[in-house]
Write a protein that binds this ligand. Structure first.
Ligand SMILES: *Cc1c(COP(=O)(O)O)cnc(C)c1O
Length: 374
């Protein structure tokens, strides 16, 4: 029995092999490993893709979010609050804490798993400085309401768009609603490098300049440093690979949307499965296709036994993570987040996934549900 992986990058690499080989050879020939022409070109091309602004390229998506917060708000002393969700990858909160802010968890919409604007408004205190909505699974929450609330309260909006390259809310993508959006190019993301990589996109030129400087040792010139810094740069090789792949991102997102549509049709007849809710105002790019099922852990095990390598994003919400127990920000009750954590199941989705594969996943899920009595 051949396995169906959660993500299979092999097909996209095979499709682009000649272009990728040429890009790497070009970098090696020019010895452009830090900075260089591909680095500058990718920053511009990615910013253009995001809708016209600029991009600061970073070593990874976690640093991108931390540096964006740090440069938007100034380094914090641990008392300023940043409103976000607990249904996300831990990096979101690592970045908030790293920038010197206290995360305040807001419950999610039980249909989409995304930030609930009503809960956001209820959770904002006078200590709030910023909102970090997370475009989880490839879908954006109601950014119109979130941005309007932020504007009314004087809060910054820095979007965690690590899973949402190409997503939109009412036609506007990440970074066009507030101060900035951070992206990850971790290999399995919709746009992925061959290693760690990240970026901040913003229309605020000065903000992008400060993030670039922060990520390059706070340099004013080669050995003169006039602001706090660190080393979080994007490799020239990664930039060259990302340039090649960026040209295919729209087509790959379209494939993901087609796979999602195929899944919806296949799952419609299976009792117990709730397909993901796609908001009519959202362009969902299906980084993950997340269904809800009863008795999720048992169903997951039954799927793995059939070679369908489904996953869970994420099984432990951040306020329940062991590392944060005892921290005051983790002492919150988030009923929708907690209920979802026991029901969500990510089915395999990746560009070039075949109709046979989606059919086998759906069939295996139906069998898993009936066999487990779920
Ligand atoms: C992947 C991811 C990150 C972190 O990106 P890295 O490049 O792995 O540091 C942050 N937030 C979310 C929601 C992610 O999925």
């Amino acid at each position: 029995m051949t396995k169906i992986p959660l993500v299979d990058l092999g097909a996209q690499h095979a499709a682009l092999k000649a272009e990728l080989d040429e890009a790497l050879a070009r970098c090696a020939a020019a010895s452009s490993f830090i900075g260089g022409p591909d680095h500058a070109a990718f920053a511009q091309e990615f910013a253009d893709f995001c809708g016209g602004g600029q991009a600061a390229l970073c070593g990874n998506g976690t640093d991108a979010l931390e540096l964006a917060l740090c440069e938007c708000l100034g380094p914090g002393d641990g008392t300023g609050e940043v409103l976000t969700v607990a249904n996300t990858f831990i990096a979101t909160v690592e970045a908030i804490l790293g920038a010197g802010y206290r995360p305040v968890f807001v419950d999610v919409d039980p249909a989409t798993g995304l930030m609930d604007p009503d809960a956001l408004e209820a959770a904002a205190t006078p200590r709030a400085r910023a909102i970090v909505p997370v475009h989880l699974y490839g879908q954006m929450p109601d950014m119109e309401r979130i941005a309007a609330f932020a504007a009314a309260r004087g809060l910054a909006v820095v979007e965690d768009a690590a899973q949402a390259h190409g997503a939109a809310w009412r036609g506007k993508g990440p970074g066009l609603w507030g101060q900035a959006a951070s992206f990850s190019f971790f290999p399995g993301k919709n746009l992925g490098a061959w290693g760690d990589a990240g970026a901040v996109f913003s229309r605020d030129e000065d903000l992008v300049r400060r993030i670039r400087r922060h990520a390059d040792h706070g340099r004013q010139s080669k050995y003169l440093h006039d602001s706090p810094g660190r080393n979080s740069r994007l490799d020239g090789l990664q930039a060259a690979i990302l340039r090649v792949k960026l040209r295919h991102l729209e087509a790959w997102n379209a494939m993901r949307r087609d796979i999602a549509a195929a899944y919806r049709a296949l799952l419609a007849g299976i009792p117990g499965v709730e397909p993901p809710v796609e908001h009519p105002e959202a362009r969902h790019v299906y980084h993950l296709f997340v269904v809800q099922v009863p008795r999720r852990d048992v169903v997951l095990e039954a799927l793995h036994a059939r070679g369908v390598m489904a996953g869970v994003h994420y099984p432990v919400p951040l306020h329940r993570q062991p590392v944060y127990q005892g921290r005051d920000f983790a002492r919150v009750s988030l009923p929708h987040t907690e209920r979802l954590a026991g029901r969500i199941l990510s089915l395999p989705v990746f560009p070039y996934m075949t109709a046979e594969q989606t059919a086998r996943v759906a069939e295996s899920l139906a069998q898993a549900l009936s066999e487990t009595g779920a």
